[in-house]
Design a protein around this ligand. Structure first.
Ligand code: PMP
Length: 425
């Protein structure tokens, strides 16, 4: 349908002033002016159910986070070169969610910067340069992490020191998926070595979200970590997507696999929209870096960011949001499975907690990706004021990633709308 004149003008001004690198969601882009809880509002006051925004993870404009930011901004906002209580209080609270071995944290402003710092830590600690990532991974926008983010496609060539491995695709590979993933890591290590490149790290999103959401089989990341360590490299868990209680059963995605990483990166939901991100690592890795390098990040770990981060942890605890991700996530997954029993297009439903992938296929025998149909579903749901997107190299997997405060009534709205859209064909 035709965009209103107001939005057409905004799109044109945006193109003029921001240039061509940005992309909008949906055939009919959505203009939003405010948000609350799981709802986004357009200028006419219409509410849209947000099933996709994992940044405002404890709910859009959560009053406790807003108050913490405002109060700290009105009191003091300085950086890490002064002594302050807030950063240390927050570091200790955050680290309490981690295994004892990963006991130090450094703060950045974005997930990209966190991964960039993780690579510097790994290169420094191992003396190697080689990186292994999954075949459709996204790790961010700095030069170092863009060149190990195959999701960018041909426009951003991979570094000569980067190798890719297929994700553990439990839908197509069945119970062998974990074994095949580990064999892929082994092959990538061998290829790096054959080219005279010493492996520095295996870097993976612990839910393989950009690859298409592959939470199973649990344990394969533990075996992959053993393999990379045996080759002198480190295991880096990118928790930008999976972290902060999203997987329901655990606070961090790597914990589902029973592995202790050498380095963990995090961002997105950490400040509920305020830009704070970080790197947690074993202290010997940080020591090896800190003894040689001075690290100062002007905004990373500033007092307001730490107040936001602390409020997010408080809300997750006090509102029992990990439990909600577990319970309502299971309810939602069962709902998709019930839809799969009635709609041939749904080939697979997988996920953990509030991170689900609903894979659409042309037919269930060939499992050929139903990419065009998935794009149509995403846009049809947007017309019904439900906001979702798709993932995977073929864009045929609905990425269901609601806020941690998503309730059963919201799940029912989503499931009912998807049912109607699928029935309409
Ligand atoms: N890692 C993963 C797994 C991500 O999904 C993203 C962002 N989509 C990043 C890193 C980069 O984070 P940021 O956009 O905050 O730089």
């Amino acid at each position: 349908s035709q965009l209103p004149a107001r939005e057409q003008v905004l799109i044109e001004r945006r193109r003029q002033s921001l240039g061509s690198a940005y992309r909008l969601f949906y055939e009919q882009p959505l203009h939003v002016v405010r948000a609350e809880d799981v709802w986004l509002y357009d200028p006419d006051g219409n509410a849209y159910l947000d099933v996709y925004n994992n940044v405002a993870s404890v709910g859009h404009s959560h009053p406790r986070v807003v108050a913490a930011i405002a109060q700290q901004a009105a009191t003091l906002n300085t950086h890490t070169r002064y002594l302050g209580d807030g950063i240390v209080d927050y570091a200790e609270r955050l680290l309490a969610t981690f295994p004892a071995e990963t006991s130090q944290v450094m703060f950045t402003c974005t997930g990209s910067e966190a991964n960039d710092l993780a690579l510097r830590l790994a290169w420094n600690a191992t003396g190697g340069k080689g990186l292994i990532v999954s075949s459709h991974a996204y790790h961010g926008v700095t030069s170092s992490v863009a060149e190990c983010s195959p999701a960018f496609g041909d426009g951003v060539p991979l570094g000569v020191h980067v190798r890719t491995v297929p994700p553990p695709d439990s839908y197509r590979q069945g119970p062998d998926a974990g074994k095949r993933f580990v064999e892929g890591v082994q092959a990538a290590i061998a290829d790096l070595q054959r080219h005279g490149i010493q492996p520095a790290a295996l870097l993976v999103d612990t839910l393989f979200t950009s690859d298409g959401v592959y939470p199973e089989p649990v344990g394969c990341l533990a075996r992959a970590a053993e393999v990379i360590r045996a080759a002198g490299g480190l295991f880096i868990a990118d928790e930008v997507q999976a972290g902060f209680a999203r997987s329901g059963s655990h606070f961090w995605g790597f914990q589902r696999h029973g592995v202790v990483p050498d380095i963990v990166t995090m961002g997105k939901p950490m400040g509920n929209g305020h830009p704070i991100a970080g790197v947690v690592a074993r202290p010997q890795i940080i020591d090896a870096f800190g003894s040689r390098v001075r690290y100062f990040n002007t905004f990373g770990g500033n007092a307001v960011s730490c107040a936001a981060g602390m409020a997010v942890l408080d809300v997750i605890r006090d509102e029992q949001l990990q439990q909600n991700a577990l319970e309502t996530g299971a309810y939602l997954k069962a709902g998709f499975e019930a839809l799969a029993a009635r709609h041939e297009l749904i080939g697979d439903v997988r996920g953990a907690g509030f991170f689900l992938g609903v894979e659409m296929v042309r037919d269930r025998a060939s499992k050929a990706p139903a990419s065009v149909e998935t794009a149509r579903i995403v846009n049809a749901l947007r017309q019904r004021r439900i906001l979702i997107s798709a993932t995977g190299p073929a864009g045929n997997i609905l990425k269901v990633r609601p806020q941690l405060v998503f309730a059963r009534e919201h799940a029912d709205m989503l499931l009912g709308a998807l049912d109607e859209v699928l029935a309409a064909g």
